[in-house]
Design a protein around this ligand. Structure first.
Ligand SMILES: Cc1cc2nc3c(=O)[nH]c(=O)nc-3n(C[C@H](O)[C@H](O)[C@H](O)COP(=O)(O)OP(=O)(O)OC[C@H]3O[C@@H](n4cnc5c(N)ncnc54)[C@H](O)[C@@H]3O)c2cc1C
Length: 398
């Protein structure tokens, strides 16, 4: 019997693995991952930003874990020689109407204990000479990194501490009993004292398999990107974000210098009709049926009808996408952008149509289920790992 089994080899599952092996050295731990390598889903398809924690409600998991995670991810990168750059980011108000919301973000940054400075229009242009805006704020603790690279290092460390990472192991059945949990993959059956579910886009299904019928459904939101052609990269020095729409739970299309020197524009947020909906045409009858039969989907659609239609129209029309981007960076033209691989966010949705705002972790008898870990969970991953290891300690009474 294993001491610990973790489902999911994304950055959250790997961080949980590391934290458990540090807290319980010598324990028998395995990670079951359905793909042939780690970090093949959200972790390997994101913007690579080490977030600061500015956007999140003070006191929330997201606010606390993003701030602490920013420091712990940086430390992890330094210890393991992983390239990263704490270049800071600007959030830009494109007109006077956006200034009050920018002011609210400034106050929130202060509440969350972050360093933040106001930028006049001239100071904005000193930082990003091609940006258009009436004012902005600068958050120096934001940085960039490659989370897939971090995951590979975490996987090596887990193996060196005696843990196992079993790939091509899709979990299809879970039976949580009095003092053990039985987990079946397509090829094998495992037994464990404790199970941790970090299955990202499938985490709600695993929780239900284990008998936890909570009111949550993972809703896939595809985030599409363009890459800026090399000859145009000079119009972006670091990270440029718009003031987010306070009524919409995503950050708005931003421009990110990646750690490999490329520049990405995106992601937008369009609904997927398949859990792993990486392409516009991605479709799966089972996933689609589950989505449209869930009352929360229709309520969500009504709440965000206008924003959703705008996002979808910019997804199908590059011209509209670029028109929107030009409010931040007027010198970018349609031909400067080439499509880049998309990512899919695993966002929890309630049957009341509300998107879960914070990380959502369900504590079972012999299991813990991470059922909402969207952005900034890559930044926060090591902190989520520590939190879960301490919850496991409480459950096991050690
Ligand atoms: C477009 C986009 C941009 C983002 N940008 C940022 C950013 O800049 N900064 C940031 O901090 N965060 C960002 N995020 C969020 C961040 O990437 C995620 O929060 C984080 O990667 C979640 O990690 P995870 O391990 O929970 O999920 P995942 O990386 O999705 O891992 C889950 C794993 O579980 C496996 N799995 C699923 N079902 C099973 C099963 N039945 N059996 C076995 N294995 C299974 C999957 O194959 C997968 O490997 C972004 C996300 C997206 C999509």
């Amino acid at each position: 019997m294993n001491d610990f089994l973790i489902i999911g080899g994304g950055i959250v599952g790997l961080s949980v693995g590391l934290a458990l092996l540090e807290r319980y050295p010598g324990s028998n731990l395995a990670i079951l991952e359905k793909e042939s390598d780690v970090a093949q889903h959200q972790t390997g398809h994101n913007s690579g930003v080490i977030h600061s924690g500015i956007y999140y409600k003070p006191g929330s998991y997201k606010a606390r874990f993003a701030k602490a995670g920013n420091a712990s991810i940086r430390k992890f990168c330094e210890e393991h020689d992983i390239p990263h750059d704490i270049c800071g980011k600007i959030i830009v108000a494109k007109n006077e109407e956006e200034m009050p919301e920018l002011g609210r973000l400034f106050e929130r940054a202060k509440h969350n204990g972050l360093e933040v400075t106001w930028l006049t229009k001239d100071e904005l242009l000193e930082k990003e000479p091609y940006v258009a805006g009436v004012g902005g704020i600068f958050i120096p603790s934001t940085g960039i990194v490659d989370y897939a690279m971090i995951s590979q290092v975490m996987a090596r460390q887990i193996r060196s501490l005696g843990g196992e990472i079993i790939t091509k192991a899709e979990v299809v059945f879970v039976d949580e009993r009095e003092d053990e949990v039985i987990v079946e993959t397509r090829n094998n059956t495992y037994s464990t004292r404790f199970l941790v579910n970090c299955a990202g886009l499938h985490s709600d299904r695993i929780a239900r398999m284990a008998g936890y019928h909570v009111d949550v459904k993972i809703f896939p939101f595809r985030g599409e990107y363009f890459e800026l052609k090399e000859e145009k990269r000079h119009v972006v020095r670091n990270l440029i974000y718009p003031v987010p729409n306070p009524n919409f739970p995503f950050l708005g299309v931003h421009v990110t210098r990646m750690i490999d020197g490329t520049v990405e524009v995106g992601p937008n947020a369009v609904p997927g009709f398949k859990r792993e909906a990486y392409f516009k045409a991605s479709f799966d009858w089972k996933d689609f049926g589950e989505i449209i039969s869930y009352p929360g989907f229709w309520k969500l659609g009504l709440t965000y009808l206008k924003e959703g239609m705008e996002e979808m129209s910019r997804s199908v029309s590059k011209k509209r996408f670029v028109d929107n981007l030009n409010q931040l960076l007027p010198s970018i033209e349609e031909d400067d952008l080439v499509p880049a691989p998309a990512g899919v966010r695993a966002q929890a949705l309630g049957s009341d149509g509300k998107l879960f705002d914070d990380f959502f972790i369900i504590g079972g008898k012999n299991s813990v289920h991470v059922c909402n870990a969207p952005s900034p969970a890559a930044t926060a991953s090591l902190e989520i790992g520590k939190e879960i290891a301490s919850r496991v300690g409480v459950r096991l009474g050690v």
